[in-house]
Design a protein around this ligand. Structure first.
Ligand SMILES: Cc1cc2nc3c(=O)[nH]c(=O)nc-3n(C[C@H](O)[C@H](O)[C@H](O)COP(=O)(O)O)c2cc1C
Length: 202
């Protein structure tokens, strides 16, 4: 790999940051398909490719707002203690509007009985990270969200995930949502911590 490609690669990783305010601009279908294709190239335990995605747009996305608002109730008290008031207000707005994101991809794990649960989950998050990085090269922004898990049973019903055979067998698990769209703000990059994160052994 040439020096320029290498530098570009690391710059893409470093420039990614969560975006929580989006332009009211649709994302073309072929771009969404490229994101999903990038996801499909992630590694996965036993190569099960056990991710299951629900791509939500349009009227269905608008309907989701009431669920997003409900998920806020589960986490607002923790965030009120953690965030300064202006950031708390911004985050609350984000949950009420999903930052106007035109696309929300919900990521599920199919947890095969033969595969250890935690490797199944790890595989799906690898695919979700590919979506995050693909957004970066597409000029899109995104925010991975664990908040829907606060009300996962309702979200499962809303998406129709509960109609799937694998779900009925208790093998499907919602892991996160990814709100996606063209960025309409440029937040500061969250500082990276290095202390205590890595132990070198020889
Ligand atoms: C598993 C996971 C769950 C997250 N859940 C939420 C969420 O519910 N709401 C939100 O606003 N951000 C959420 N985030 C985004 C994090 O807050 C964000 O990644 C972190 O603050 C670091 O900032 P950065 O992404 O800009 O580097 C989540 C991120 C991950 C990986």
């Amino acid at each position: 790999m040439g020096q320029i490609m290498r530098d570009d690669f690391y710059n893409i990783i470093k420039s990614r940051k969560s975006i929580r305010q989006f332009k009211k601009q649709e994302v073309p279908q072929e771009v969404i398909e490229r994101l999903l294709e990038a996801a499909s190239h992630a590694p996965s335990g036993k190569n099960y490719q056990n991710w299951r995605f629900f791509v939500v747009q349009g009227e269905k996305r608008n309907e989701y707002l009431k669920y997003s608002q409900k998920s806020w109730l589960g986490i607002k008290d923790i965030l009120q203690k953690k965030l300064k008031p202006s950031l708390y207000a911004f985050t609350e707005r984000f949950f009420f509007t999903m930052g106007d994101a035109p696309v929300i991809i919900f990521a599920y794990s199919w947890n095969s009985p033969e595969e250890r649960h935690y490797t199944s989950i790890g595989s799906v998050y690898m695919a979700v990270q590919n979506i995050n990085l693909a957004c970066e090269v597409e000029g899109l922004g995104c925010c991975t969200m664990g908040a829907p898990l606060e009300i996962y049973k309702e979200v499962d019903r809303f998406l129709g995930a509960d109609q799937l055979e694998e779900y009925r067998k208790g093998e499907m698990e919602l892991l996160c949502a990814v709100a996606i769209g063209y960025p309409d703000h440029n937040p500061p990059k969250a500082a990276r911590q290095t202390e205590g994160r890595i132990k070198w052994l020889k």
